[in-house]
Design a binder for this molecule. Structure first.
Ligand code: SF4
Length: 251
């Protein structure tokens, strides 16, 4: 494990850092994260994540980036991933779920079990297990979560936290959310001002984009999360990526 350079990242350290960095710019939070950890990765799937990639590329070369390919993404999303790879001349670690587990689920329940059984079983196989595999190889990760993405689950997302959902008994995983306090409008202002690439589905009414069968466009002024798993309650609209958000007193 590559140790953080100046700080031990105990729970006390993290609480102090959170109060120090909560009001800082995302670029400052990112610069701090990249300085402290060599083995740190950015999780990439949506518009916010490319804002972070753009900011990080201006701070440091050779940043680690990964994306989970669930096998159910829109064609536009695959094109988007490749456009980001080319524009920033970066390597993206595109991670697939375990083929045997996907085959067993599909054999048992078909290709659309989530509409009947809820999304958690499919997300666990296609997203969370590959994520856990990836996160076991790093010391810290950076995500594009924002508080206003889902008032039911993300309203208190801190800019830095101990990720208890993916830490293990012998290893702490640190999670940075540099955009926690940004609004969607600030994200899009940055995208346009800096010519950051974005998923073409945004031009077709999609706001929050996940897998093709579980994402749909929303109407103007509808909350972005209404386009995800629309057959489920708002408090269930987490795929397990940010499991810690579902834990009371998580920060
Ligand atoms: S978002 Fe839908 S298709 Fe994608 S992993 Fe979750 S349940 Fe499966």
């Amino acid at each position: 494990m590559t140790l953080a350079k100046d700080i031990c990242f105990t729970e006390t350290d993290i609480a102090k850092l959170e109060s120090e960095y909560a009001s800082k710019r995302p670029q400052d939070i990112l610069a701090f994260a990249l300085k402290q950890f060599d083995n740190i990765t950015i999780s990439f799937s949506g518009a916010e994540d490319v804002v972070l990639i753009d900011m990080a590329a201006k701070i440091k070369r050779n940043i680690q980036i990964f994306s989970i390919d669930t096998g159910r993404l829109h064609p536009e999303t695959y094109q988007f991933i490749d456009r980001v790879r080319k524009q920033y001349r970066i390597k993206i670690d595109v991670i697939s779920p375990d083929a045997a587990e996907v085959e067993a689920l599909v054999k048992e329940k078909g290709l659309f079990s989530f509409y009947k059984d809820g999304h958690k079983e499919c997300c666990a196989i296609r997203k969370v297990k590959p994520l856990r595999r990836k996160l076991a190889t790093v010391d810290a990760w950076i995500t594009g979560q924002r508080k206003d993405q889902n008032p039911a689950t993300r309203a208190s997302v801190p800019v830095i936290q101990l990720d208890t959902a993916f830490s293990s008994s012998d290893r702490n995983l640190i999670k940075f959310n540099p955009l926690a306090n940004w609004t969607s409008a600030q994200v899009w202002q940055y995208i346009h001002a800096n010519e950051v690439p974005y998923n073409q589905l945004h031009a077709k009414g999609f706001t929050s984009i996940g897998c093709e069968p579980c994402t749909r466009p929303v109407l103007p002024n509808q909350h972005e999360r209404l386009g995800r798993w629309w057959w489920e309650n708002a408090a269930d609209k987490e795929c397990g990526f940010h499991e810690i958000n579902l834990t009371p007193n998580n920060n």
